[in-house]
Design a protein around this ligand. Structure first.
Ligand code: ME8
Length: 503
């Protein structure tokens, strides 16, 4: 079974901040989980490189837009590597495969009668590359999204006849409650559609950094949002590799931030309908990371640099914090204190301590060899055996924090189990000591595999300490339906503490 998952393609006019990281960390966690579940996963991310904003920024720096994109894209790729993002492909909208595919899609919609010529007159926010109407302004001509002033635009333009899809998209969303998640966002989109859809201006002629409108040499360039959305098709083979495209489209899930939901929940599916293609199966809009109650963004200048946090705390602590601290879908306030509290309490105290206790006992009592269990363990394993089902339910709904809470319940229970059994009070040759130590080794196998999608590096370290030869990536989640998989006699290795306490 295939599973195609996408994140938005990032603008490359500026460096990524912590808010940007969120989408990719969540998508990566889901992608890794699906791979462990046996899916043929295709995880796509990339960069959005055209548009007026890019052209202006490059002009300011006295370079060509392509040079700007080439310089900044490296920074994104570096960051994804440092965060262990396991994307299967990376699409840049300046690549020829995208240009060809976007051209083809434009032509397809045009031939189907979905595009006509007109004149655009209205407001435009260049930093957001978005059109706004008077009725959407809260004050003056301030962009409702980034709060910067909009510009008046008047030009000949091609229009996507989005209004003709109003009923069709409304019905589609109403009939499939899972299409837009979370539910509150779905309601918001339904209300917006009911207010009425207008045709969308999809070409710009006052600047040139973009993909030329294919049907008209004097038609200018394709509007950057219309073009960028097409990456989800061109990234999986549209227009270049039919077999790949047939295999992966429609996307199983598209994860985005709530600020760009309208584009994904209204414009995107209507474009696909106009081209005779299926909409994605699910669009999930997550909330914002804020600082002291205000959205983290360039316009507010309150960006948190993810590199600094990785340098200081490591990529896994950051990944854990982002998905544990705030329910996915809601907004969350970032502070370093909150991050440090999570690291000390959950990672150093609970998880790190458990791993070091168990490996320490194995070293002391069995010379670092996993013993043969002598008999079974009064049902302690039952809480582990039922976890895969529970976790699966939450993962399907992207309730990441509940998955982590469940895994940490296991960590707490295992720490309590050790306190209750007090293995240090048993004689070294007591067969029950072997049973307890075997049970504890198995608990670590479970916990390592369960946290792998969230904290791949930490899970790998645990796996190595347990001495299991087969790589953790090759373990299926089905191995969690069986207790007693770890082989007696395996040599364990006590390592450095996983998460030192932060003073
Ligand atoms: O929107 N908290 O790109 P982008 C959480 N190129 N998420 C945040 C955030 C914050 N403070 N700030 C940004 C674009 N994001 C377009 C996408 S897709 C065809 C084109 C998220 O670089 C934002 O919601 O501005 C989005 O999901 C991602 O970062 C990229 O934003």
């Amino acid at each position: 079974m295939k599973f195609y998952i996408t994140t938005p393609i990032y603008y490359v006019n500026d460096l990524p901040h912590l808010g940007h990281v969120y989408t990719n960390v969540a998508a990566d966690t889901l992608a890794r989980y699906k791979r462990l579940s046996g899916f043929d996963v295709f995880f796509l991310t990339g960069t959005d490189e055209h548009g007026q904003k890019m052209e202006r920024q490059a002009a300011k720096e006295g370079i060509r837009p392509q040079e700007l994109a080439d310089r900044v894209v490296v920074k994104f790729k570096e960051l994804w590597k440092r965060l262990d993002i396991s994307n299967d492909d990376f699409i840049r909208t300046t690549e020829s495969r995208h240009i060809q595919g976007a051209t083809k899609l434009f032509e397809k919609i045009y031939r189907g009668g979905g595009i006509n010529k007109g004149r655009y007159q209205g407001w435009y926010c260049t930093p957001c590359e978005s059109y706004w109407s008077e009725r959407e302004f809260d004050k003056d001509q301030e962009c409702p999204s980034c709060r910067r002033p909009c510009e008046w635009v008047e030009e000949e333009s091609y229009f996507f006849r989005m209004s003709t899809y109003q009923e069709k998209i409304l019905r589609y969303i109403e009939e499939d409650p899972a299409f837009i998640q979370p539910g509150s966002r779905r309601t918001e989109i339904l209300n917006l559609i009911k207010e009425g859809l207008r045709d969308l201006s999809i070409s710009r002629s006052s600047f040139s950094w973009g993909i030329p409108v294919p049907i008209d040499p004097k038609g200018g360039v394709i509007y950057v949002w219309f073009e960028a959305l097409i990456n989800y098709l061109t990234g999986c083979g549209f227009g270049a590799d039919d077999e790949r495209f047939e295999r992966y489209w429609p996307a199983d899930i598209q994860i985005i931030g709530k600020d760009i939901l309208r584009f994904h929940a209204i414009i995107w599916p209507t474009m696909l309908m106009a081209a005779g293609l299926s909409p994605p199966k699910k669009i999930f809009a997550h909330g914002w990371w804020m600082v002291k109650g205000r959205k983290m963004s360039k316009s507010l200048g309150n960006m948190v640099n993810p590199h600094q946090l990785i340098d200081e705390f490591g990529q896994d602590a950051l990944r854990y914090f982002l998905l544990r601290e705030v329910p996915f879908g809601l907004d969350g306030d970032f502070s370093k204190e909150a991050l440090i509290n999570r690291i000390n309490a959950d990672l150093a105290n609970d998880l790190g301590n458990l791993v070091s206790r168990i490996l320490g006992m194995l070293q002391l009592y069995t010379d670092s060899k996993i013993p043969h269990p002598r008999g079974s363990e009064d049902g302690f394993q039952d809480i582990f055996l039922k976890i895969p089902m529970e976790v699966n339910g939450f993962m399907e709904e992207l309730v990441f924090n509940q998955v982590l809470i469940r895994i940490w319940d296991l960590v707490h229970s295992t720490n309590e189990y050790i306190d209750q059994k007090a293995p240090w009070r048993l004689e070294r040759d007591d067969p029950y000591l072997s049973t307890i130590l075997y049970t504890l080794s198995e608990t670590l196998r479970y916990i390592a595999l369960l946290i792998f999608p969230f904290m791949p590096n930490t899970a790998r370290k645990m796996w190595d300490q347990l001495g299991i030869e087969e790589s953790i990536e090759n373990q299926g989640l089905t191995s969690l339906t069986r207790w007693g998989v770890i082989k007696p006699g395996t040599r364990t290795v006590r390592g450095e503490p996983l998460f030192p306490r932060i003073g």
